[in-house]
Design a protein around this ligand. Structure first.
Ligand SMILES: Nc1ncnc2c1ncn2[C@@H]1O[C@H](COP(=O)(O)OP(=O)(O)OP(=O)(O)O)[C@@H](O)[C@H]1O
Ligand SMILES: [Mg+2]
Length: 332
């Protein structure tokens, strides 16, 4: 491209020299009659038109050629990316499928050892079995999330909605979840319940989204910290919902808003959208080696999408910690 530009500039430069050389004064030296002078002027005019047209043509064709080349490269790169994406999807599908059986076997035997054979185990052996159990469960959840993620991407996830009171539902999930959260010394403040806080939702999927949000709140909080949940009903155009989320909601409809607020590390402002992308983990968290595959919030966001809802992240109360909120349409 640079070489062609140099050539065009060189031609233009030569042309400029010739143009000056054949100035009116020079022409009048050679053309002694008026007719000859007029003829020379006409020829000069045609040469001007011809050379400028040739220059414009070569400039445009060089430019178009480079655009075509860039377009071809882009198309090729896009095709390669699609291929890699397909390979990644197949790889995840195969790995998650292949890992299920060994995980189930390890979990089955370690649970058996724990339940049926614990009196024959020494204290140290019991601790080993507990560690095997806990870590296999973690692995099972990761594999489960990964295979769910691929189902979501392929659009084959099924949503079976039933009418449920979201506040009651969430509070009952918190009770179940407390067992694990308690281990980290984090406590939960449930939401106030209300008669009219119902929505049509898939209980399993809602529970999965909530679990992903709550497990993050626990994971990124210090022991002794409190995680607060809040459920309320709002119109789609209510100011309580951030403007960019409100824009995609139906202003006339009512929505159930759920927020989970923690007092942990918080999510830096520039990452608050990215955390809902697949495999995204905050760099600061990566260096601090928190566990996770980076798919929890991606799945939660897709679950909300399938419910006609939205999810977003803000800073927690008083600017500390994180607040993850979602809205789903309220039941009629
Ligand atoms: N409550 C929170 N406080 C601080 N950071 C958070 C919070 N929730 C999410 N994040 C950030 O968003 C990232 C993405 O969260 P996500 O749940 O998708 O993945 P993960 O927790 O790292 O892994 P996984 O959920 O798959 O086990 C996290 O790694 C973390 O950096
Ligand atoms: Mg998570």
């Amino acid at each position: 491209m640079k070489k062609s530009a140099f050539k065009i500039a060189a031609v233009y430069f030569l042309f400029g020299i010739l143009w000056i050389f054949f100035s009116d004064k020079t022409l009048s030296l050679f053309m002694h009659t008026t007719d000859a002078y007029a003829f020379a002027q006409t020829v000069k005019g045609w040469v001007y038109v011809f050379i400028t047209a040739a220059l414009v043509y070569s400039m445009v064709s060089v430019h178009l050629g480079s655009i075509e080349k860039a377009e071809k490269e882009l198309r090729e790169n896009y095709r390669k990316l699609q291929e890699y994406d397909k390979m990644k999807t197949n790889f995840i599908a195969i790995i998650s499928h292949e890992m299920r059986t060994p995980i189930a076997i390890i979990k089955g035997y370690s649970s058996f050892l724990k339940k049926k054979n614990s009196e024959n185990l020494t204290q140290e052996q019991k601790e080993f079995v507990d560690a095997i159990n806990e870590n296999t469960e973690r692995l099972r959840l990761i594999v489960h999330d990964l295979s769910d993620m691929e189902k979501i991407r392929a659009g084959v996830i099924q949503i079976d909605k039933v009418r449920l009171n979201v506040a009651d539902f969430i509070n009952s999930r918190i009770e179940e979840f407390k067992y694990n959260a308690g281990q980290n010394g984090v406590s939960f403040e449930p939401s106030a319940e209300g008669e009219d806080l119902s929505a049509n939702a898939d209980p399993d999927r809602l529970s999965q989204a909530l679990l992903n949000i709550m497990s993050n709140a626990v994971k990124f909080s210090e022991p002794g910290s409190v995680v607060r949940t809040h459920v309320a009903k709002f119109k789609g155009n209510d100011n309580i919902i951030p403007a960019e989320i409100r824009d995609s909601l139906d202003a006339a409809k009512e929505y159930i808003l759920v927020s989970v607020t923690d007092r942990g590390e918080g999510i830096p402002e520039k990452e608050r959208k990215k955390v809902f992308e697949e495999f995204y983990q905050s760099e600061s968290h990566l260096t601090r080696k928190h566990q996770g595959a980076g798919v929890g919030l991606f799945i939660a966001a897709k679950i909300m999408e399938f419910h006609g809802g939205k999810i977003w992240a803000e800073s927690g109360d008083g600017g500390t910690g994180a607040k993850i909120s979602f809205v789903i349409p309220a039941g009629d």
